[in-house]
Design a binder for this molecule. Structure first.
Ligand code: TRP
Length: 333
């Protein structure tokens, strides 16, 4: 039996942090063994906010390098850049004929962005969900590993797929979010306020590009409060968070020691943070160094991008030819 198809887009803006690693990338790495995976950098999507051309390019290289450094294997998956696949914008155009202004305007992400940037409510922003649908449907993707914030977009992709099938004949499977169940962990920020973030809360987020010194500084500044005075007391949220972070990168016996110190009221948060900082450094430093090495070897990076492009175009060309034929846009046969 052939493997089921998984598609996911990676934003080209912002720096990856350990929340992205444990929330998404680690799951990509597991999926690459069992599914036929198409993972790409969504550079067209980033154009909605008119990024500086001089920064777009290094951002795309960096995101690719970071994902490979984390363990994504370009030999196992199709790892490519969205704009390398001309069939995607072509399918996007077709799907736009089936996407209605009213439903696009009602999309939560559109309303949010339009409110935040009222001077830049462009058609690309409005049709962001159609482009995302084209990304998925071009490979006839069945599963899409995304967070909760993308589920509405996926629902729209299912609608567009259905409409196409209804009008022109069975063609696209309906894509569903890939659910990791209990494994989906939310990584808290170091200041006790929400999650780690690509663009906000920079001092409370550990990025995969942070230097050893910066990691130590951020972890030592993490909010902890007073040590417990009652044995076996319930942990306040900020302490729960420190333990959660420790569980990601520290050895079991180290965690057990701090757990029992906590329960005995002998815990010293300074020591705990020092340990967490060192374990974070041991985890992040090799990824950071690998990312730099991959980023600097442009020839190799170009080779990887070309291999990904070829793999992704194979199924894209096939799907688009079929779509054109079904719509009656095939005049030379
Ligand atoms: N919209 C997604 C995000 O913001 C990125 C994305 C673009 C994507 N195209 C996609 C995700 C296709 C999954 C499938 O994170």
């Amino acid at each position: 039996m052939s493997k089921e198809i998984v598609v996911s887009g990676i934003r080209s803006t912002g720096f990856l942090h350990i929340g992205n690693y444990f929330g998404a990338i680690r799951n990509y790495i597991k999926m690459q063994e069992e599914y036929n995976c198409y993972f790409f950098v969504a550079d067209y999507h980033s154009l909605t906010t008119h990024p500086d051309p001089a920064s777009l390019k290094p951002n795309v290289y960096r995101v690719l390098a970071e994902n490979i450094a984390c363990g994504l294997d370009p030999e196992k998956v199709a790892l490519y850049v969205q704009s390398d696949i001309p069939e995607i914008p072509e399918l996007y155009l077709m799907l736009n004929m089936m996407a209605y202004k009213g439903e696009l305007e009602k999309t939560a992400s559109f309303k949010e962005k339009a409110r935040a940037n009222p001077d830049n409510v462009n058609a690309g922003l409005l049709t962001y969900p159609t482009l995302m649908s084209a990304d998925i449907l071009i490979h006839k993707g069945k599963y899409v590993p995304v967070g909760k914030d993308q589920e509405q977009h996926l629902e729209m992709a299912r609608n567009f797929a259905q409409r196409f099938n209804h009008r022109y004949g069975e063609m696209f499977p309906e894509p569903y979010p890939f659910n990791f169940g209990a494994e989906l962990v939310k990584i808290p920020s170091l200041d006790g306020k929400g999650k780690m973030s690509k663009s906000e809360n920079e001092n409370a987020t550990l990025y995969l590009s942070d230097s050893d010194e910066l990691i130590r500084k951020k972890v030592m500044k993490a909010v902890s409060g007073d040590a417990p005075t009652e044995p076996n007391s319930v942990k306040p949220d900020v302490i729960e968070n420190l333990f959660l972070l420790m569980k990601l990168v520290s050895e079991d016996d180290v965690i057990a020691k701090f757990e029992s110190d906590y329960n005995a009221c002998t815990i010293r948060y300074g020591d705990m943070k020092k340990q967490l900082a060192e374990d974070m450094v041991s985890f992040i430093a090799p990824i950071r160094e690998k990312t730099i090495a991959i980023q600097e070897d442009k020839d190799n990076l170009h080779k990887i991008m070309k291999i990904g492009k070829e793999k992704a175009r194979e199924s894209s060309v096939r799907t688009l030819e079929q779509a054109r034929k079904m719509m009656g846009i095939n005049f030379y046969c």
